[in-house]
Design a protein around this ligand. Structure first.
Ligand code: SF4
Length: 213
């Protein structure tokens, strides 16, 4: 029986990939997370300046290890001992990177990306600056439309990330959004990417297994 579910998920991925391409984003489909690193290697050139947005998905796929292998100039926001000012500098330098890698909180079957940030450094770099943006997205993040994307962030992505980052927010404590207004709010800026001005600048790797939140 599992083959029918697998077929359904594949159809959802193919539908989403076609819609992304229509919106002038490059779509790649892979079945497993083990296929992500070889694919990203093929999308980067040796010596590229690369940077990342905060992402559990990248970690799960081994992308951070790839970026630290010495083949690239990695602007590593996680380097030990960085001060808050130095991390802020990495965020700003990322606008000039050859490639920016992260995930997306949700991708709709209409080919839209929906993302919510606390600092907005990730959504800013996704939107403008780096020459290419490579997103790794598990099949669990594909949703039918923007309303479902917003719900997904409020009910899953934001509370799970707030717990991971030990934020002092209601959702970190209860797992439920309470529309808070404190300094630690994790969902300050919401950005929708629709049709892209530069074709292929954003490349979306859809992975046929659940990844991240
Ligand atoms: S508004 Fe506050 S409680 Fe709701 S998801 Fe965002 S950070 Fe969590």
């Amino acid at each position: 029986m599992k083959e029918f579910l697998d077929e359904l998920l594949l159809q959802r991925m193919e539908r989403t990939a076609a819609a992304l391409e229509k919106n002038r984003m490059e779509a790649h489909l892979v079945a497993t997370k083990e296929e992500v690193v070889p694919l990203i290697r093929s999308l980067l050139a040796p010596g590229d300046v690369v940077s990342v947005g905060g992402s559990v998905t990248l970690d799960e796929c081994g992308v951070l290890e790839l970026l630290r292998c010495g083949d690239y100039q990695f602007l590593d926001r996680y380097a030990p001992g960085l001060t808050a000012d130095e991390i802020g500098e990495v965020y700003r330098k990322s606008f000039f990177a050859d490639a920016y890698l992260c995930s997306s909180n949700a991708v709709t079957e209409n080919g839209e990306l929906y993302n919510v940030d606390g600092n907005a450094n990730r959504v800013a770099a996704m939107t403008f600056g780096p020459k290419k943006v490579i997103l790794v997205v598990g099949v669990n993040k594909i949703v039918p439309d923007l309303a479902a994307a917003e719900r997904r962030v409020q009910e899953i992505a934001a509370p799970a990330n707030a717990k991971r980052l030990s934020c002092k927010t209601p959702c970190a404590a209860t797992g439920k959004c309470a529309d808070c207004a404190g300094d630690g709010r994790i969902c300050c800026t919401a950005v929708i990417h629709r049709q892209q001005r530069v074709p292929g600048r954003i490349k979306v790797i859809l992975v046929g297994e659940p990844l991240g939140y």
